[in-house]
Design a protein. Sequence first.
Length: 437
Amino acid sequence: MFTAFARAFKTPDLRKKLLFTLGMIVIYRLGAHIPAPGVDYTKVQQCIDQADSGGLLGLMQMFSGGALLQITIFALGIMPYITASIILQLLTVVIPRLEALKKEGQSGTAKITQYTRYLTVALAVLQGTGLVATARSGALFQNCSVGDQIVADKSVFTTIIMVLTMTAGTAAVMWLGELITDRGIGNGMSILMFISIAATFPGALWAIKESGKLADGWIEFGTVILIGFVMVGLVVFVEQAQRRIPVQYAKRMIGRRSYGGTSTYIPLKVNQAGVIPVIFASSLLYIPALIVQFSGSNAGWATWITDNFVKQNEPIYMVAYFLLIVFFAFFYVAISFNPDEVADNMKKYGGFIPGIRAGRPTAEYLSYVLNRITWPGSLYLALIALVPTMALAGFGGANANFPFGGTSILIIVGVGLETVKQIESQLQQRNYEGFLR
C-alpha cells in the first residue's frame, strides 16, 4: 500500500490532483473554525463542554465536522446539500419532468444538479435561520448558564447578517466540493463529508478516555478502538458483498458484422440503500422530541415522549429506531431500483438472464432477488446503527460521543473505498500496481 502511495505522488498529474484536494480540505477545515459575525466565541466554547448533542442535532453536528455548535461560517456544512440531493432523488420518482431529465443523460443530469444547487441554498436559508434563532434564545445550549448570551446583539440586522453568512458558507462548501470533483481526485462532496466525520474522531475518542474510570480511562479507550476495527472490517465485508445476476446478450447481424454475444452481470449490493435509511430514521425519531420542546407542554403524552424518545438508550427508542431503519431500507431500494425499467432495457438490447424469459418474468425475478438480499442488508444497517448505544452501555458513557456510530462508519468506509478505487484506476492506466491486489 505504501508503495502505491509513493507511486501516486510520483505521477505528476495525479500528484497535482492529490495536492489540490488536500488544499481544498485545508480551506474547508479552516472555515469550520471561523466564528460567524455576532457570535461570542468565548461563551460558545464555555457552553460546548456542557452540550448534549443527540438526535438530529448530533447528526448535523457530525456532518458539519463539529462546526455547528461553534456557530462558524461553515456551521451548516454539507447537510443542506445532502438533504437537497435526497429530496431531488425522491421527487424524480413522482415527478415525470424530473424522471424525463434523468433519462436524457448528461444534459438532464446537469439540469438536476442545477436544481439541487438552488434547493441547497433555499434549505441553507431555512436551516441557518433556525440555528440563529435557537442560538439567540439559548435553546442551543440548554444546560449552559450563559447559553442565551452567545449572540450578544439580538437585532434584526445582526440576525440577517448571520443567516446570510451561513448561507454563503454552504454555497462555498458546495463550490469546494465541485472543484474537488472537477480538478481533484473526484467525489468532492463525499470527500468533504468524509473529512467532516473524521475530524470529530480524535476529540470523541479522547472524551471517552477522559470520562472512563477503568485504568484512568485507557480500558474504555482501547475497547472502543477494538470495536472500531471490528466494525470497519464488518462494514468493508458487507459493503463489498453483492449478488451478481448473469446477463447474456444475443448475437445480432448488422450488415456483415456481428454484434452482441457477450456475457455480463447485474451487481446487486447487499446494502443497496447505503446510509440513507439511517439518516431518515434518525431524523424522523427526533420529530416527537422537537414537538415537545417547542410546545412546552407537561401533559401525559409529552412526558411519555420525553421519557422514551429523548434518550437513545431507552428500549422503545431502540426498537423504533431498528424498525424504521428496516422499513426505510426497503422503501429506498424500491424507489431507487426499478426492476421493470431494467428488464425493459435488457429486452430492448437483446439481453436476457439465462433460464428466465425476457420481459415481465425478468422483472419479477429481479424483484424477488432484490427483496431476498435487502433483508440481510436492512438488518445489518439496523445493528450497525445501534452499536453506539450497545457498546457504551456497559461503561456508562454518553453514546453521542461514540465515534464509530452507524452513520459515521458507513460513510467513512464507503467514501474511503470509492476514493481508493478511483486512485487505483488511475494508477493502473499507467501500468502501476494499485492498492487492491
